[in-house]
Design a protein around this ligand. Structure first.
Ligand code: FAD
Ligand code: DLZ
Ligand code: SF4
Length: 506
């Protein structure tokens, strides 16, 4: 019996579970460019161009290897513009009611697909085995623990996949090399060029389409330099291994003005849409260490991100959805300031991170966490608005990974499911880890007054306002002891400066 095999825009992998056992003579592959996926919310222009170009390239590869592909373009007049209605349309047209699909990355899409069963569709949702920990396995892990610590999850995964292990002990004797990592940038640090591939004809036509249909979306579409197929993504991975990996751990948290890529890998785009597989990336990095080409802190630092954090946030997402999306532990309700779109602010750190986001549809982890995210946390921004912004602006953003990072890691909106304490910080952290403050009109050493760095008073204001919710957290004890020593005048100034600053954003 024939099946329709539906492949979504983030499932572009020849080994994807839905393609296993595909009968090339009978089965039909269905891929659809969906208007609402681009506009709800209004994604960054470069992100849409990347996703559509990768989809078109992948469909061509499938056709070349003998699959029967029905590809519905965005401007096809028959396109009904939802996954569900397109599957139904093809099911009726082809008289096939058996549909296979790999588990989608978003709760909303899963719900909508499941409702196909009510339309008499014989739907089979297959495990997404690109992920190294299944939903069930994570649930079992969660059941056995009082709290969902990433570190203990990560160790389980190292053992399970025998990565950087010496029998049952971690290679080098330690699980964690953070002490050697996360150094501030030193003067004269040379950052290698990032991967760039010029757009081919398919990408150029997608760029034209996006410019026409989504002209009012955020972001610069050009220059467009992303890899758009597997062979380019592999090249980009090799370039990372050769040029950046050795310094990845050491400068993981460093920020330098106009260096948008630092020593990061820029592989999240490809890991998340299927062009690269997490396990191949992890094993290649382990191999580099075993061949003595990189240090243990570089290898472990990178593997921790992919085998640890990436799998962990996906586990939390599926464990806690749909309630997770509604959480707002601090009851934060301030509007997202306009400068998250325009970059028009005197805060140089924020301006630079928004500039990179707009230009590249990318900002590296510490810019997302400690500048843009930290500001959102200490300024009390509404989690819904902040989540929507992160989902729109980054080309690697899909809800399964974006939501736990924003609501959990950045905003502590989940009350501590993912992080043990909020990552709030004052300007001195940003000053230590970057050179942004040298070019800022605010003074990072000033704590109060018109010229003081807003991160300084907003940080204390956040702690004051959320004292009831946070002071019982044992990881916050020391900082609340410091706050207790502030006199009334100091507290009054912090509150006043914060009020004036926050009012100026409305
Ligand atoms: P590198 O720094 O080179 O890291 C290597 C890989 O490790 C990444 O490609 C990614 O696959 C994985 N990784 C590292 N940290 C995390 C993490 N915290 N969660 C999941 N995977 C991780 N990552 C996304 O893939 N999509 C998102 O939408 C996303 N939103 C984020 C929002 C916020 C507020 C924060 C703090 C982090 C977010 N991250 C997200 C995690 C991380 O910032 C990005 O994965 C990373 O910046 C991507 O760039 P890179 O490929 O150069 O990563
Ligand atoms: C993000 C995205 C966009 C912008 N466009 C499409 C599309 O046109 N067609 C498609 O199949 N997928 C697209 N995607 C990715 C989906 O949003 C993603 O597959 C689901 O949210 C599940 O993770
Ligand atoms: Fe950012 Fe404050 Fe430094 Fe300015 S002084 S760059 S606002 S941390």
């Amino acid at each position: 019996m024939s099946s329709i095999i539906a492949i979504l825009g983030d499932q572009l992998n020849h080994n994807i579970s839905s393609l296993k056992n595909c009968d090339k003579d009978k089965d039909i592959i269905l891929m659809c460019e969906i208007f609402e996926e681009c506009t709800e919310p209004k994604h960054h222009k470069k992100k849409i161009a990347f996703i559509l170009s990768c989809m078109r390239h992948f469909a061509c590869e499938l056709q070349k290897s003998g699959f029967n592909v029905s590809y519905v373009k965005l401007d096809d007049s028959q396109n009904s513009h939802s996954f569900k209605s397109e599957i139904l349309r093809f099911s009726q047209k082809l008289q096939i009611n058996k549909v296979k699909i790999t588990h989608p990355g978003e709760y909303r899409v899963l719900q909508s697909l499941n409702s196909l069963k009510e339309e008499n569709i014989d739907l089979q949702i297959l495990e997404d085995d690109r992920f190294l920990c299944s939903k069930d396995e994570f649930q079992n892990f969660a059941k056995s623990k009082k709290s969902l610590l990433m570190e203990s999850f990560y160790r389980t995964m190292r053992v399970k996949y025998n990565i950087l292990m010496d029998h049952n002990k971690p290679i080098g004797g330690r699980w964690n090399y953070d002490a050697e990592n996360r150094k501030p940038p030193k003067n004269g640090l040379k950052i290698p060029d990032h991967y760039q591939s010029p757009p081919d004809e398919i990408t150029k036509s997608v760029i034209d389409l996006v410019n026409k249909k989504f002209f009012d979306h955020f972001g610069d579409i050009e220059p467009f330099y992303f890899a758009i197929n597997r062979s380019q993504a592999i090249q980009s991975f090799k370039q990372f291994i050769n040029d950046r990996l050795e310094n990845f751990g050491t400068y993981q948290d460093a920020m330098i003005q106009d260096e948008d890529f630092m020593f990061h890998s820029h592989l999240g785009f490809y890991l998340n849409n299927g062009l690269l597989e997490p396990l191949e990336v992890i094993k290649s990095v382990e191999e580099e260490y075993k061949k003595d080409r990189i240090s243990i802190n570089a290898a472990e630092g990178f593997i921790r991100q992919v085998l640890g954090w990436r799998e962990y946030v996906r586990g939390v997402y599926w464990l806690k959805m749909p309630e997770y999306k509604e959480l707002n532990f601090f009851g934060a309700k301030n509007k997202l300031p306009e400068f998250y779109w325009s970059g028009n602010t005197k805060m140089n750190c924020v301006k630079q991170c928004v500039r990179s986001t707009k230009h590249n549809s990318y900002a590296h982890h510490i810019q997302r966490l400690m500048v843009l995210g930290n500001f959102a946390l200490i300024a009390g921004l509404d989690p819904k608005a902040v989540n929507e912004w992160y989902l729109i602006v980054y080309a690697d953003a899909y809800e399964w990974v974006e939501l736990p990072n924003v609501s959990g890691m950045v905003l502590f909106a989940d009350g501590g499911i993912l992080a043990t304490k909020p990552y709030a910080a004052s300007g001195s952290y940003i000053n230590k880890m970057s050179n942004y403050c040298k070019n800022c009109s605010y003074l990072v050493k000033e704590k109060n007054g018109a010229n003081a760095c807003p991160f300084n008073y907003l940080y204390w204001n956040f702690l004051i306002e959320n004292k009831a919710a946070l002071s019982k957290n044992h990881r916050m004890t020391i900082i609340y002891r410091v706050l207790e020593k502030f006199d009334k005048e100091k507290i009054k100034n912090i509150k006043n400066d914060s009020r004036i600053f926050l009012e100026s954003l409305i």
